[in-house]
Every structure is written in C-alpha cells, then in structure tokens.
Design a binder for this molecule. Sequence first.
Ligand code: BT5
Length: 321
Amino acid sequence: MKEAVLEILRHHRGTFISGQELSERLGITRTAVWKHIKTLQQEGYRIEAQPRRGYCLQEVPDFLYPEELRAGLSTSCIGRNIVHYHEVGSTNTVAKQLAERGEREGTVVIAEKQTEGRGRLGRRWESPYGKGIWLSIILRPRVATDAAPSITLLAAVAVAKAIKNFCGLEALIKWPNDILVRGKKVCGILTEMKADMDVVEYVVVGIGLNANLEVQDFPEEIRDKATSLRILLNKKISRVNLVRKLFGEFESLYNLFREHGFSPIRSMWKEMNTTLGQQVQVNTLTSVYSGLAVDITEDGGLVVETKEGTKVFYGGEVSLR
Ligand code: BT5
C-alpha cells in the first residue's frame, strides 16, 4: 500500500493531491494515508504536507529502494523482487540464505553498505554507504555444475554492456571477474553456487560496481588500481537508472543463455575482453603459470599456451604482463 501511495504521488510529482483523494483512490482511511506518508518521509522522501491542499512529492532519496528500482523496470524476472538493506554484512551471504529457503529466481538483494563485502578467496570488497551498487542475484539455471563458471562471464558481459550503454565508457572484461575502464577496476563479480549431485541448485551472482565513489572512498592501497564511474565521468550518476539498465542487460543475456547456451555470450565476451592475446600470469592456489592467453572454452575456462603446453584454467588470479 505504501508503494501505491508513492505511485500516485510520483504521478502528481510537484503538485498537491489531497488526503481525501488518496484515501478514496486506494480505499484506505485518511489516517492510513497519513501513516504511509510518515513512513515515506522517514525513508527520505521529501513530501510536503499542507492543510487542505494535501501532499506533494518534491524529492526522492538517492537510495536503491525497491519502489524506485521497480518504477519503470522492464524486466519480467531479474529484479522483480528486491530486498533492500541500508547496511548488511554481505549481500551474497543473505542471498544464499534466501536461496536455501527456496527464494525464487531473479530475486535481488541490494545494500547501500556492506560491512563484510567479500571478494574471492575471502578477500575484502570495499562497499561504502550510498556510493556503490552492491547487489546479489539469485538464479536457478537448469544446468550441470560445469556450466556455472560461464555465469560469471555472462554477468561480466551484462555489466560491461550496462556501463557502455549508460555511461558511454568503454568497459573491458579481465578474465574471469573484473571489469576495467581505462585499465582500472570498476567492478568485481563473485559467483557462488550450490549443487545437488552434478546439477546446479542455485547460483548467487554478486556484483560490486563502483558507481559514485570518490578517490578518498577507496583505501590508499587500492587507489592506483580501482576507480569509479563518477571519477571517470567527473559527475555523479543515477544509481537507480544504472541498476535498472543492468537488470535489463542481465535478463536479455540470461534468456539467451537459457535458450542457446553459452556460445552466443562467449562471442560477446570475446569482443569485450582485455585478456586474450596478452601475456598473462595465472596464479592458482598451488602454482603460477605464465603464457599467452589464446581463447576461452565453451564452458568459460581460460586457455593459455604455457611452456608446459596448453592449459585451461577455471579459477585463479590473472595478471596481465
Ligand atoms: C572480486 O573479488 O572482484 C569480487 C567482488 C564482488 C563484490 C560483490 S558486492 C555484492 C556481493 N556481496 C559480496 O559480499 N560480494 C559481492 P576479487 O577478484 O577477489 O577482488 C578483490 C580485490 O579487489 C581486493 O583484494 C582489493 O584489492 C580490490 N578491491 C576491494 N574493494 C574494491 C572496490 N570497491 N573496487 C575495486 N577494487 C576493490
């Protein structure tokens, strides 16, 4: 009901609508209308209330509220259901808990701030309040476990396309999970999966996208390798609009993946990558290999010509040399 009140106010944005009219249109009492208005004001919506004239929406807060994201969202699955936190440990952890309890595909957990944002191998992901896009998408693809790595690559293509189409910046993918703009990391992806036998039960795709962070928001030790869209564009961007765009790109690619497998996405990935054709060093947990990155396989592995012969990697840290 709160969302319905907001919807009407949004429609009349900048003009007043009376409490009487709201109550009649929604079939609730004027006291109930007033309570929803109070809640919205507490959430940061600037709504002017005047005796006799009613209510007027003047400003929406710069938060990734589900009501904001859903207004004008064109997807039918990704982001139709959104769980929002002002502060949370890690959106991936919450999304996994929800998936365990049977939460449906397409549900997104999103936070203004993460206190325990995670990268791969337990590394920390900096996630300051109100500045970035820290979200996790629950998926239930009907695929075997070895198809799961390709979902990270799918997500990377979705982010790179969203950045390109929304900001006009050339975003390149560094295998497997980094999105770089002008050589610096603007986004990282953390895919986690649960499988039953050899079949995927669910996948949680965590996306950390540095939207409006400023230089001082990054700890000193990563300032030379991390950047944000705001720093690159020299202006603040609308996180809400960018997330909507991202959901749209993600859903199109995911539908393609479900219908035709990884192959069409692999071609797109190849066009947007900054890894193939480069001398790379791949650090797996047990060894370090050097060689020329030549291809990615049909299931998202990185093919490297090393001194010891051709090797395919499904994980590991890649440094471009
Ligand atoms: C990643 O790990 O790049 C995956 C990051 C995924 C974050 C999202 S946010 C929503 C969801 N919930 C979570 O808890 N996680 C996901 P990795 O390749 O291991 O890179 C981690 C490294 O990137 C760190 O060790 C730092 O050097 C660097 N780093 C940390 N925070 C960063 C940031 N905000 N921007 C750019 N680089 C960062």
